[in-house]
Design a protein around this ligand. Structure first.
Ligand code: NAP
Length: 507
């Protein structure tokens, strides 16, 4: 890190965020001896697994797969890990791989603009101005809570929570709760809080497909094996990985193949909900997998409890005391819980990043839809890399696999820049356009596009700008090597020597 004479400090690479993506990027850059800083808006590391601390929060992807390939965790206590364990794992990784010391906490990136003359990014953070040769956005697609603009919300006298901005001190016991949403977050929250609250109204706009959960505790013997017998956890991980990849056949290739899941979910519903009226209200009307498949053995039983009402009438407004539905009925609530997801296709971070000609990513994406080359680079935004960028999302397996694929690619790009003495690389618009045509064509037949649902996978124009339409090993292969031909490489101006850019050292 150098002070370049102005108030701004300079660093070769600036990383936004300290979730799985930011940490993996830092580890890769350290291996290559590239100096960098991580900017984290919160007071601790951990990304989505720090923020989502609602009751019952756990990962619906198996534990063995939901970890870094370079830091398997033999200590997972369950086959599907809870949020506290994953967050703890990430913090341990941050310490073990020396990420914490490179992190500036409370340093939200407020604006980042490409300085054409200086061939670098000017990054304004809550902790001051920095400049960076390269900017890596690891701030995640599921990082900005989405709260629907319900009329009257500001006059509600009770407390308001969002699943991703939970305040554990908010009292729930013996109170009336209104939960809005029936997605992956709600399905975990509802069974946890139902026994505690006096009454729970679940506002359901769209019933979701719920499958039996097969999670269990990992025995002491298994953990001993993972710790002491080399390769055992790798084999378990390998097994889970390939079993999950089979789901791609149904989700992305041929939606008819998801029929067995439909039968399984219907049996699950019929077994768990005896009341035919409630059953009918919980029966989904779209293809399984169109929205994220949910796993729970406790959700349906919780909804059948006498202190729970599943409200299917549309919410008309928020009142001082609760919610009024379109049928004119007002239901009182002390706590309003939004399990309404995230701003994915309109992530406000895109407004903060300005590339060539001062255009923001949000402005560019308004015209083209959210898109990037290989989910990672965007024409007109030199030296800028997105982790978990457009069309890298998954519905069936671990995003950590995608993150590691991208990190490898980004590290390769930086090595290529160093080798060629390039000050800037910018993906060719034609390469980006051709890539996205292929992605959109591959998505056309997917269950996400054809399954008859509205989901966060699709943007306001119905374009699927979020999901990866293929096996994840195909993405791994695609990202194995940086492909310089898809980029314009621009030489270093006189200001800094090529050799001094992206060189070793410690921020
Ligand atoms: P979500 O899947 O986007 O679900 C939001 C829910 O809120 C939907 O049921 C939606 O209804 C409802 N909603 C939104 N606006 C509404 C309104 N104005 N009135 C009534 N209902 C409204 O959000 P999420 O459950 O937080 O999950 C988001 C993603 O986070 C998941 O898909 C998953 O990728 C991730 N996640 C993962 C885990 C995990 O276990 N790994 C756990 C939680 C979340 P409609 O369906 O009608 O739109």
């Amino acid at each position: 890190m150098v002070n370049n004479g102005s108030a701004a400090r300079h660093v070769p690479v600036a990383i936004v965020g300290t979730g799985f993506a930011g940490i993996a990027m830092s580890v890769a850059l350290q291996r290559d001896g590239v100096e960098h800083v991580l900017f984290e808006r919160a007071r601790d590391l951990g990304g989505t697994w720090r923020d989502n601390r609602y009751p019952g929060c756990r990962c619906d992807v198996p534990s063995h797969l939901y970890s870094f390939s370079f830091a398997l965790n033999p200590e997972w206590s369950e086959t599907y890990s809870t949020q506290p364990e994953i967050w703890e794992y990430l913090r341990r990784c941050a310490d073990r791989f020396d990420v914490r010391g490179r992190t500036r906490l409370g340093a939200e990136v407020e604006a980042a603009r490409w300085d054409e003359a200086g061939r670098r990014w000017v990054v304004d953070t809550a902790a001051g101005r920095w400049t960076a040769d390269v900017l890596v956005a690891g701030n995640g697609g599921l990082s900005e809570p989405s709260v629907p603009d319900l009329p009257g919300l500001d006059r509600f006298r009770g407390e308001v929570l969002h699943s991703a901005a939970w305040t554990p001190e908010t009292a729930l016991d013996g109170r009336r709760a209104a939960v809005i949403g029936t997605g992956a977050s709600a399905v975990q929250i509802v069974p946890e809080i139902q026994p505690r609250v006096a009454h729970l109204d679940l506002y359901q706009r769209t019933p979701a497909w719920v499958l039996p959960h097969t999670g269990r505790r990992i025995s002491g013997l298994e953990r001993w094996l993972y710790r002491n017998v080399p390769g055992t956890q790798r084999v378990a991980r390998w097994w889970v990985y390939w079993a999950r990849e089979l789901l791609v056949l149904g989700l992305a290739k041929n939606p008819r193949l998801v029929s067995p899941l439909r039968r399984l979910a219907i049996r699950h519903l019929e077994r768990q909900v005896a009341d035919p009226d409630l059953r009918a209200r919980l029966m989904p009307r779209f293809s399984p997998g169109c929205k994220r498949l949910l796993l729970s053995n406790q959700y349906y039983p919780a909804l059948a409890k006498p202190n729970v009402d599943v409200v299917t009438a549309a919410i008309a407004e928020v009142t001082e005391r609760g919610l009024r539905t379109a049928d004119g009925r007002e239901r009182e609530a002390d706590v309003l819980i939004f399990a309404t997801g995230f701003r994915v296709t309109d992530n406000p971070f895109a407004e903060r990043v300005r590339g060539r000609a001062g255009r923001s990513l949000a402005e560019v994406w308004t015209e083209t839809g959210q898109q990037a080359y290989r989910g990672t680079t965007v024409a007109g935004f030199p030296n800028f890399f997105l982790l978990m960028g457009p069309n890298t999302g998954l519905g069936h397996t671990s995003v950590v696999h995608m993150i590691e694929s991208q990190v490898r690619y980004v590290a390769g790009a930086l090595r290529a820049m160093r080798r060629r003495g390039a000050a800037a690389i910018d993906v060719r618009p034609e390469a980006q356009a051709a890539y996205n045509e292929r992605i959109q064509a591959a998505l056309r037949g997917s269950v996400w596009n054809t399954g008859g649902c509205a989901s966060w996978y699709l943007d306001a124009h119905g374009r699927n700008t979020t999901m990866w339409p293929d096996f994840t090993w195909r993405y791994r292969l695609l990202m194995r090597r940086f492909d310089p031909d898809a980029y314009r490489m621009e030489p270093t101006p006189g200001r800094r020597e090529p050799a001094s850019m992206l060189t070793a050292g410690r921020a």
